[in-house]
Design a protein around this ligand. Sequence first.
Ligand code: HMH
Length: 221
Amino acid sequence: GGKNNTIETWLNKHRLMYNKATQHPFILSIRDGTVNLSSFKLWLGQDYIFVREFVPFLASVLLKAWKESDDGSDMEVLLGGMASLNDEISWFKKEASKWSILLSSVAPQKANQDYCRFLESMISPEVNYTVAVTAFWAIEAVYQESFSLCLGSGSKTPIELLETCQRWGNDGFGQYCVSLRNIANKNLAKAPADVLKKAEEALLRVLELEVGFWNMSHGEM
Ligand code: HMH
């Protein structure tokens, strides 16, 4: 606690794992234009399932904020996230039809099931707001960092994947992630040691699950 930079401290401490999650070979293959389109389609179908599971998780974070946060602006940031998820689900359906993916026939693979089980565990009222909002920030931040890599100068992202990369790599989403990190830092600064420990564990678990999710898409099961 104390200083308002717990997240930065943890990211430095766990830099290797964070880089594994944000610079995965699947993302690097999008960036250098060598991505296998069947991998991309697999990712798209699996992520649609994940995002649907993300809705009740975010609802639970919102509920915890309402009960436990002393700052009303937290709820507004989270509500904005909820609104974006509504848009995101429509986008997945549109994108899936563009790639001729029948979403109703996609079954969650092992890595996705593991991740969804983690989200479900975070919904429990026993998990406090600080831990849940730290996990939430980490989940969003990994996608933001990953996909913005595919938009940077020198990237050779295939044109038909640009919209996907912009969805999570755009500046607005980047700002949203900064707001979430500020919320997490603010709550971590006043958290007792046991909560700090659980939040750090949740961050590490998210990074591990993100790597597993990319591995699944990249055909490295
Ligand atoms: C697996 N992680 C995964 N999917 C997503 N859509 C996000 C993070 C960001 O919302």
